[in-house]
Design a protein around this ligand. Structure first.
Ligand SMILES: [Zn+2]
Length: 370
């Protein structure tokens, strides 16, 4: 099978699965709302535990569990059928289950206290609760940016210092040229899950680490690795990451303000198949309903995000071409797009709306000044 044919087949298979998922989530949305699923769930919980904080948290947990169970067959199919068919899956069933258990435990350990705080603020801090909730949410996001590389990611992958001396020299030299300080170069065992390759850096300030997937190191030549890293450093140096975080904060403030308004409107509940309670708090229900309708708003925002992201990609490519050899980035891109079976010539309209990265052909032409 040629690389091009494989990329086309892979794209079609992923799009088909995406459509089925979209259809199922529409059915689930209607089931939860108009068909009375949430109303029923709420009534069962009220009978069991009354209308206090236990009910509030219980409703959110029950909703999250049901949604995860519905999602599970899709994750399984994606990994063990779709990815496996195209030779990308490296995961065992054991690892899949271990990841699942870790994910649930971690989600509970982090999510439950956060939900408790947000529900508490909704109930006790008056009309401006959404502003306080936003401060808590933003602080939480920043904390995760710090904790993720050092605490959470190591639960799922092994990170070992990069030992290849000549590659280290090459990279340290590049970091000096662009003026980037990092607390370490690491190799991640990405190959235990997938054949897809990647490089990224994470963390904040002096705690920034550069992480290479072992799959990337084994596939690219040293000068290509340098060019890919230069692209990633470009995102940092050109402040793309800071801009992204600021945009994320601004959007979540807007959404929370919107929820602050919707929570007080009876039609928001009744329109979605729920009768609001008059003698008890509807906060958890408002949160769930909002989560359910949120994709509609984020869908409307997605072209905006994709346009910005693609602009950033071109800028980071230009940055890499300035500090390394453009030709090295071109050959690296061809290999990476091939390994990810990304089609080199996607539908332009689809690509403009959804793709965070420009098509390979456009990036390569730009790098070569065509
Ligand atoms: Zn990029």
């Amino acid at each position: 099978m040629s690389a091009h044919q494989k990329a086309a087949d892979y794209t079609i298979a992923k799009t088909k699965l995406g459509l089925i998922e979209l259809l199922v989530s529409a059915v689930v949305l209607i089931g939860f709302t108009l068909l009375g699923g949430l109303q029923w769930l709420s009534a069962q919980l009220l009978q069991m535990v009354g209308s206090g904080m236990t009910y509030q948290i219980g409703l959110i947990v029950a909703f999250a569990l049901i949604s995860s169970v519905i999602d599970l067959p899709f994750s399984y199919y994606r990994q063990f059928v779709l990815e496996a068919k195209f030779g990308f899956n490296k995961m065992t069933i054991g690892l899949f289950i271990a990841d699942l258990i870790k994910g649930v435990v971690l989600g509970a350990a982090i999510g439950l206290p956060l939900i408790w705080v947000i529900l508490y603020l909704m109930d006790k801090s008056g009309d401006l609760w959404w502003l306080y909730a936003w401060l808590v949410w933003s602080g939480f996001q920043l904390l995760m940016l710090v904790l993720y590389p050092s605490v959470i990611a190591p639960l799922f992958n092994k990170f070992t210092p990069l030992t290849d001396a000549s590659l280290r020299d090459r990279i340290e030299n590049l970091m000096k040229r662009v003026g980037f300080a990092s607390s370490g170069l690491f190799v991640m065992d990405g190959s235990k899950r997938s054949a897809h390759g990647n490089a990224y850096f994470s963390g904040f300030g002096a705690a920034k680490r550069i992480v290479f997937f072992d799959t990337l190191l084994s596939r690219l030549a040293p000068q290509e690795i340098e060019a890919v890293l230069a692209h990633e450093l470009g995102h940092f140096k050109l402040k793309h990451i800071v801009k992204r975080i600021i945009a994320m904060f601004a959007i979540s403030l807007g959404f929370l303000a919107l929820l602050g308004y919707l929570k007080t409107q009876a039609w928001f509940y009744t329109g979605l198949g729920v009768t609001p309670m008059l003698d008890a708090s509807n906060d958890a229900m408002a949160l769930i309903l909002f989560m359910l309708v949120l994709p509609i708003f984020t869908f409307l925002l997605s072209p905006l995000g994709s346009i910005t992201s693609r602009k950033h990609e071109f800028e980071a490519d230009a940055f890499a071409a300035k500090y390394t050899n453009a030709q090295d980035l071109v050959t690296a891109l061809v290999k990476l797009y091939e390994d990810n079976a990304s089609t080199l010539t996607p539908d332009p309209l689809y690509s403009t709306f959804y793709d965070s990265h420009p098509p390979a052909s456009l990036r390569i032409n730009k790098l070569l000044g065509v």
